[in-house]
Each structure stands twice: as C-alpha cells, then as structure tokens.
Design a protein around this ligand. Structure first.
Ligand SMILES: *Cc1c(COP(=O)(O)O)cnc(C)c1O
Length: 390
C-alpha cells in the first residue's frame, strides 16, 4: 500500500497541488517540486514490518513514489552497509565514526538511488527517452536504469570528464554528447535539444523523484542505527539532492513516529575549495548562493557551480545546526588514501572530502570524541584512480 498522494512546490509559493499521475518537472514559479505522502494514514505503518523485507531501498516503498500494483525498475540499489570505522576514527580521536558506503550501489555511487526512483516514474508516465546533463555518476546511473527499463538515454557530459564515466554511459547503450563547458552548460544543451523532442529530463531537482530515491539513505541510517540519529552527517554536496532528500526524510520519519522528534543530526555540507558556492553562501548568511566562477576540482560530483535547490540545502544546514566546509583537491586525495588504508573502503574524492571535513571539525573541537559521526562515501574510487597520479 502506498501513501504517495501529490506534488507541491518546495518553496512553497502557494501554487496548487499537482496530480502525480501526470508529467511535472518544475513548479510554475521555477522552484523544484516535491512529492508528498498522506502522513495521517501512514502513522498506522509500523517499522516492525520492515523485518524480512529485501535489502534494497524499496523496503520503504510505502513512502516512495510508487502506486499500488506497480513494480520498481531496480538493480538492487540501496541498503548499503554502515561500518563502524574504528581504526580510521582513532586517527582522528573519534570513538564512533561510521562510514555509509554508497560505493556498493549499482554503477558505484549513490546516484543509483535517485535514478531508480526517477526512471521508474518516467517509465510509468510513458517516457521514451531519458535525458540529463551530468558530471559523470548521474549519467552512468541514468544509462543503466534506462537500459533496465527499456528506454533510450541521452547523456550530456563536459568534454573534460574522466574517460571511465563516458565509457560506462556507452556500456549501457546511452548516446553521449560531449559538451564544451560545465554541467550547467550541459544542462542548457540537453534542455534545448530535448525540449522539442519530448525527452524526459531527469536533471538534478528538475523532476521531483530523484530526491525520493536519495531520501532512502536517511531511512536506512535510522534503521541501521536502531532508530536513533547520529550526532553528525557529513555529506559531499554538489547539486544537493542527497542533503535535501535526507532532510525531507527526517521530517517524514519523525511524523511516522519511528524516531523521537526534535533531536536531528547536524548536517555538514562538504564542497571543493575551487567550487564552493554553498560554503560561501553559508558563511555570508545568504539565503541563496551566487554562481561560482571558474569552478574546478578533481571531484567531478562537486563541480556544480550553481544548484537550483541552493536555498533548500542552506535551509537544511542551518535548521540542523550544521555547517559547511571546503576541502582542497590535495586534501581529498589524502582523504581517499586514509579511508582506503585505515578502513579498506574504496572512496571517491568526494568521500575523501568528507573525511577532510571531519578532520577539520574534530580539530576545531566542534565534533567531540564521543559524538556519533556518519561519513557518507558517496561513490567508489575506481573511476577516479588517475587522481592518485596527479
Ligand atoms: C553527484 C555526486 C555528489 C554530489 O551529490 P548531490 O546530491 O548532487 O549533492 C557527491 N559525490 C558523488 C560521488 C557524486 O557522484
């Protein structure tokens, strides 16, 4: 039984609710749309019913955008392990450092969750061709789920993206367009080309369902930590669906009555030193972020100069009492190596960046030795191994 009921503006701007049985991308005001559930009815759903369900993100299907009688397009995404990284924590003076290892998802990153949800809906809404701009991982995930769904996929990727990302899109049969510019330029091109052709755009936050897939990270964390939130969640942030999705899930999980309300984790956004629009806006106390000029970093997932959901990310950081931290490329590589050596986990530069942020916050005394800290390793190292030689 699903509790999925409608779509509404994320601001909210006052526009009427929308029927999710039709295609919707952005709100008429230009802001992202979000999926809403009948939380009154959902309160009768007991967390005990999760025991024995399959270990993937669809174990929370009542709170996902799936109507009764539908089956998800799935490659087994989600329910990734949460490790207690004792040796790595000890190097930072932390007793309770955990790694949520998203590298174990299909196509090696947490992007699988978002695309599984978005492409499942696209398929039921009658889409024929999926299109998106990507820095790499989102394109790989979209290509894989499009293939699983029997849909065409058009990927627009900056021409200086690492070769493994381009090759992997082609592996799943996607059509790849190399773009002279950044992900924002690729997005413009995808929209211009795909609009007239009726392509279904799954750009970050330009459709409402990728957030729904990403929010399952918070449902899993709650379940894996025995329904008690950690003190800190440290998350490498580009377009922000991970942060925004988890923040949305905290609210839902509280309202389901599955955790005690009020004491949520502090959310830490981590960005790259030379592409840190959210960090800058947070430091300036701004509600929206200014686009970052000349964005550059080895962490492809963080090379996002402008995020359409910037105000939602900033809201989540501030309401949680969290913060925003930048890491240099060199620090990220050191972080990757430390995670590899001390924990045996394959970390993308983005995961390395999260460790750098934890180091900085522990050294500053913000994170205390007994705090429960969750490092999100959003992707694996394999597609980025060249950074170890640069
Ligand atoms: C996309 C990506 C990110 C950033 O995620 P957002 O949800 O866009 O903020 C972080 N890490 C990796 C490995 C990514 O692929």
């Amino acid at each position: 039984m699903t509790f999925f009921s409608h779509l509404e503006c994320s601001v909210p701007c006052g526009a009427p609710r929308l029927d999710p049985r039709a295609v919707h991308h952005l709100c008429s005001c230009g802001a992202p749309l979000v999926a809403r559930y009948d939380l009154e009815r959902a309160r009768a759903w007991r967390r005990e019913t999760l025991a024995g369900r399959e270990p993937n993100m669809w174990r929370y299907r009542e709170m996902l955008p799936l109507f009764d009688g539908e089956s998800p397009i799935t490659l087994g995404e989600g329910f990734t392990p949460l490790f207690h990284a004792k040796a790595l924590g000890a190097t930072l003076g932390l007793d309770r450092l955990f790694i949520k290892d998203e590298s174990l998802n299909p196509t090696n990153s947490f992007k699988a969750r978002g695309q599984a949800a978005a492409i499942t809906r696209a398929k039921y809404l009658g889409a024929k061709t999926i299109a998106l701009p990507t820095a790499g991982n989102a394109g790989n995930a979209a290509a894989a789920y499009s293939a699983a769904a029997g849909l065409e996929c058009e990927v627009f990727i900056p021409k200086d993206a690492k070769q493994p990302f381009v090759d992997e899109c082609r592996l799943y049969g996607a059509n790849v367009t190399l773009v002279d510019g950044l992900i924002t330029d690729a997005g413009r091109m995808a929209a211009e080309k795909g609009g007239p052709l009726g392509w279904y755009d799954v750009s970050t936050l330009k459709e409402p369902y990728r957030i729904e897939g990403k929010k399952t990270m918070a449902y899993e964390l709650a379940e894996q930590m025995d329904w008690e939130w950690p003190d800190w969640i440290v998350y490498p942030t580009g377009g922000g669906t991970g942060m925004v999705g988890m923040w949305k899930a905290f609210d839902e999980i509280e309202r389901l009555g599955w955790v005690k309300p009020g004491r949520r984790p502090k959310m830490v956004t981590v960005q790259a030193e030379h592409c840190a629009p959210i960090v800058r806006a947070f430091d300036e106390g701004a509600e929206r972020a200014q686009p970052w000029e000349n964005a550059a970093t080895i962490a492809d997932g963080l090379r996002v100069p402008r995020a359409i959901g910037d105000f939602l990310i900033l809201r989540a950081i501030r309401e949680s009492g969290g913060t925003a931290v930048a890491a240099s490329d060199r620090e990220m590589v050191e972080g990757m190596l430390a995670i590899g050596k001390q924990a045996g986990v394959s970390a993308a530069p983005e995961g390395g960046a999260a460790l750098v942020a934890i180091q900085k916050l522990a050294a500053a005394g913000s994170i205390k030795p007994r705090d429960r800290v969750v490092l999100f390793n959003t992707g694996g190292a394999l597609k980025y191994l060249d950074v170890l030689h640069s």
